[in-house]
Design a protein. Structure first.
Length: 101
């Protein structure tokens, strides 16, 4: 029979061990923001077609339209970052709307 290592000390039982509850709020918000991101993504694809039509007509994209699409793309990124738990910052309407900068 082998002898236990003299340097080993078993961890003392902790009386204040707390088990975290499942983050239901985060799950529900993630499902909501995933649906919003899905619709926003398809809306952005539609706006991309419009932007290409504008480029075909005027040979350059309209600056304000380009900013609007840029904000939409950043918003989809914020939603996905929240859903994938990369970020804890809640997207719009529970957080700030991204800027075009």
């Amino acid at each position: 029979m082998s002898q236990p290592d003299a340097a080993y000390e078993p961890p003392a039982p902790s009386q204040d061990l707390q088990v975290k509850s499942f983050p239901w709020e985060r799950l529900l918000l993630s499902v909501l923001f995933a649906a919003i991101a899905w619709f926003a993504f398809w809306g952005l694809l539609f706006l991309a077609v419009i932007m290409w039509v504008l480029i075909a007509v005027s040979r350059e994209p309209h600056l304000e339209f380009k900013r609007f699409v840029s904000i939409g793309a950043k918003y989809v990124g914020q939603c996905l970052a929240y859903v994938l738990t990369i970020s804890n910052d809640k997207p719009f309407p529970l957080g700030p709307l991204p800027t075009s900068d």
